[in-house]
Design a protein around this ligand. Structure first.
Ligand SMILES: [Zn+2]
Length: 405
């Protein structure tokens, strides 16, 4: 297999998306067909920027790889013969999006460097968002100032130029970040604002970036990680936020800038209402409990209530039984009318009855499970007609209150 250094068309002409080339080698690796061309406009994943997609003849290009020896590998959907001439077409929509984000990053990094002496220590161009890592923590005002400065450069539409520098020429240049590689450098200059050694694709004028917007930020490894969007992505992001805000305003009749306060107010009101409902529920349980105690049957020293109730959940039955048992000498045994069958047994502190034992005896006859303390036990899943369960529970309580001879 012949491998040779691929001529990178995008190095000098990043706007070129259609080109003719010859296949110098074709191979397969891991079931993927890979071709190397004598020249290409396809950008391989490197320097934080993802690969281009497009086509080589009739085949789709699904990945582009920077091979170790200076060649660029195109992963294609169908094999192409060695020596074949091919026409390459790069997906401009994806390429231009990457150019906007990447150039935006240069300008944003330079703005942070110039205004806040904050260095960029990381960059990742993602599918939807890009991140930029700074070596120091900045406040909202400083972030906003750098964002504004970056957009000033964009709106002045300063030229973005590409040139190649020998090591001697490079030694006389002041880069934002010291170049990591030796030998000849590809130098990207945003006129009068940023000088960087970079192999990526950039727009020709800063105005093509459109707009640079910080989306969010957080502390990260002693510095900060910022999410940002440029150009088309900023418009897409604006539309998402607009739809979310407009959708929310239909429920809360306020101006967009008053939305956070309105949501906070609604949450506070909701909390108050929950508290009121809980208080009213407790008072209602108190009244219902008094009515139940009125109907209690005297068994020895205790007043016993056994009742099947409609419309109370487990917590409600428990509150009701507790309220009844807050009066002296009471045993309250309550069953739910609805399925699943729930049961609660509570007694006053002055009554000698093991509520848990009563529930255990009930479960032995009707199944289900339950347990608790001697003064309060609860269970569920009992099978059988409610009236029958209630009658059995009454008998169990009576026998436990009046132990047999
Ligand atoms: Zn770059």
């Amino acid at each position: 297999m012949v491998i040779r250094v691929t001529e990178r068309i995008y190095y000098t002409d990043p706007a070129c998306i259609e080109f003719d080339a010859t296949v110098v080698s074709a191979s397969t690796a891991g079931g993927r067909a890979i071709v190397v061309l004598d020249r290409t406009a396809f950008y391989p994943t490197s320097g934080g920027q993802p690969y281009d997609t497009g086509s080589l003849g009739a085949a789709e290009v699904t990945d582009v790889i920077d091979l170790d020896d200076g060649a660029i590998g195109h992963v294609v959907s169908a094999p192409i013969a060695e020596g074949a001439p091919v026409r390459g077409r790069v997906d401009w929509h994806r390429r231009f999006d990457h150019m906007q984000q990447h150039t935006g990053q240069h300008i944003l990094s330079a703005a942070f460097d110039r205004l806040q002496r904050a260095r960029t220590v990381g960059f990742h161009l993602g599918a939807a968002l890009s991140t930029l890592d700074l070596d120091k923590v900045l406040g909202a005002e400083a972030l906003s100032a750098a964002e504004h400065e970056a957009n000033r450069i964009v709106w002045e539409s300063r030229p973005v130029s590409i040139r190649f520098a020998t090591p001697e020429e490079a030694a006389g240049m002041t880069f934002r970040k010291e170049p990591a590689r030796s030998g000849p450098l590809r130098v990207i200059e945003v006129e009068g604002f940023d000088l960087s050694a970079c192999g990526g694709t950039h727009v020709a004028r800063a105005g093509e970036v459109g707009v640079i917007a910080l989306r969010s930020w957080e502390k990260f490894r002693g510095g900060m990680r910022l999410e940002f969007v440029c150009g088309g992505r900023a418009l897409r992001e604006f539309r998402i936020l607009r739809d979310a805000v407009v959708g929310s305003l239909r429920y809360l009749s306020v101006a967009p800038q008053d939305l956070p306060g309105a949501i906070e107010g609604a949450q506070a009101e909701n909390k108050d209402l929950r508290r009121t409902i809980r208080d009213l529920g407790e008072r209602l349980a108190g009244h219902e409990a008094s009515a139940l105690v009125q109907r209690a049957r005297q068994v020895g020293p205790a007043r016993v209530i056994v009742d099947v109730l409609d419309g109370w959940d487990q917590a409600g039955l428990k509150a009701l039984a507790s309220a009844a048992a807050s009066q002296p000498g009471v045993v309250a045994a309550l069953l739910s009318a609805a399925d699943p069958a729930l049961v609660v047994v509570a007694r006053s502190p002055d009554v000698s009855l093991d509520a848990a034992a009563a529930l255990k005896a009930l479960a032995q006859r009707f199944g289900g499970k339950g347990g608790g303390r001697p003064d309060m036990a609860q269970g569920g899943g009992l099978a059988g007609p409610r009236a029958e369960i209630a009658a059995a529970l009454g008998q169990i309580i009576e026998s436990l209150l009046r132990p047999g001879p």
